[in-house]
Design a protein around this ligand. Structure first.
Ligand SMILES: Cc1cc2nc3c(=O)[nH]c(=O)nc-3n(C[C@H](O)[C@H](O)[C@H](O)COP(=O)(O)OP(=O)(O)OC[C@H]3O[C@@H](n4cnc5c(N)ncnc54)[C@H](O)[C@@H]3O)c2cc1C
Length: 346
């Protein structure tokens, strides 16, 4: 096992911030992952886990060891009467994996096409798009648990229930850094049913008959490419804030004050109706779309996306995020929470 000193992370974070790791290692196997953690523990240094770097704000050089997970491999394990069980290594690219499932006649993940990043990071925030979430398809997850009370590292298999998936949330977010995902097992239903609950996707595919999984995959890619900036061209981490979820009385009083409020019914909690507010609309209404402070700004086509125009840094980005959060709170009384994780964690 060999670590690399002062390793640039510029191409390993989708904002393109010019930042580096004190020590870096790419791990391609569970054994090397364990050695890397043992090494960091023996030197009492912090460690950070990196996938594709597309959901992170790295706001200063990372002290200690940065572990880049490169564990590869994907295979169909078996088919039960209802599901195909598929294993995928944490380092595999998510979008390429979705393509592979379609190529192997295992449809179901097509609504999640073109989400950047790795398969190992996908369950961390329960990636979701166009009415689907990865949590729906998880069977179990292989992890290295790094924070046992007795300081021992342990391999564990977490079931879907253990993962506690919610909207952009999971047990992994409740315990940042504790579990390192090495492999994900998905259970993909054998009976395919198109998921067209998103009006835009339904509209894009309305003229296609018969409608095939590949048609949905292609429509999702087309819609996403038109809406979101390519991080290779303009640094970003996709949606920067979660859509806030409010109870019915908050929703009704906001709707009275702001009749054009964009919102969607959300899951009921303890029998109470909840509403998801479109964070992009709130930010847009406060005049931030296209706003710029130096090289950090708000994307001019979608106010939910913060961007790095070239030479911005993570600290400037977090300042702009705070400004937006304060303004939204002052105008709507609603709190916006940040989606990408900050590294180092503060
Ligand atoms: C243009 C764009 C569009 C996006 N669209 C969407 C979208 O539609 N829906 C959506 O949900 N997200 C979206 N995202 C966010 C992002 O793609 C996902 O969160 C993705 O899962 C991040 O994967 P990653 O490998 O880049 O993770 P990283 O950014 O490297 O890491 C994210 C977090 O996961 C942890 N992590 C990474 N790998 C592991 C591992 N093996 N084990 C344990 N922890 C790990 C990291 O420590 C960090 O806390 C978008 C991002 C961009 C740039």
């Amino acid at each position: 096992m060999r670590t690399l000193p002062n390793f640039s992370l510029k191409s390993l974070n989708s904002f393109g911030f010019d930042i580096s790791a004190e020590e870096y290692i790419a791990v391609a196997s569970s054994d090397v992952l364990r050695q890397a953690i043992d090494y960091a523990k023996s030197k009492s240094m912090p460690w950070y886990v990196l996938g594709g770097g597309s959901n992170l704000v790295i706001h200063e050089n990372l002290p200690g060891l940065t572990i880049h997970v490169h564990i590869m491999g994907k295979k169909l394990v078996t088919k039960t009467s209802s599901h195909a069980l598929v294993d995928v290594g944490a380092g595999e690219n998510w979008h390429e994996f979705v393509q592979w499932t379609l190529d192997n006649n295992l449809p179901g993940l097509e609504n999640l096409a073109l989400i950047p990043g790795t398969c190992g990071a996908a369950p961390i925030q329960n990636i979701g798009a166009y009415g689907s979430e990865i949590g729906q398809f998880i069977d179990s997850i292989e992890v290295l648990d790094t924070q046992q009370d007795d300081d021992e590292l342990r391999w564990q298999t977490l079931t879907k229930a253990d993962c506690q998936f919610k909207y952009r949330h999971s047990v992994f977010k409740d315990h940042p850094g504790r579990y390192i995902v090495t492999q994900v097992r998905l259970a993909i239903p054998l009976e395919w049913c198109p998921n067209l609950q998103y009006a835009e996707l339904a509209k894009h595919t309305s003229n296609i008959s018969p409608l095939l999984p590949l048609d949905i995959f292609e429509a999702v890619c087309k819609i996403r490419q038109a809406k979101l900036p390519d991080p290779k061209v303009l640094g970003n981490a996709g949606s920067f804030f979660h859509n806030p979820v409010v109870d019915e009385s908050t929703y009704l009083s906001l709707k009275e004050k702001f009749p054009n409020l964009v919102s969607f019914p959300s899951q009921t909690v303890n029998g109470q109706a909840q509403f998801k507010l479109a964070a992009g609309w709130l930010i847009d209404q406060c005049g931030f779309k296209g706003y710029r402070q130096g090289d950090i700004g708000v994307y001019d086509k979608q106010a939910l996306v913060l961007v790095n125009h070239g030479h911005g840094n993570g600290k400037e980005l977090l300042q702009l995020a705070t400004l937006i959060q304060e303004k939204i709170h002052a105008v709507y009384g609603v709190d916006l929470t940040q989606e990408p994780m900050n590294l180092p964690t503060s």
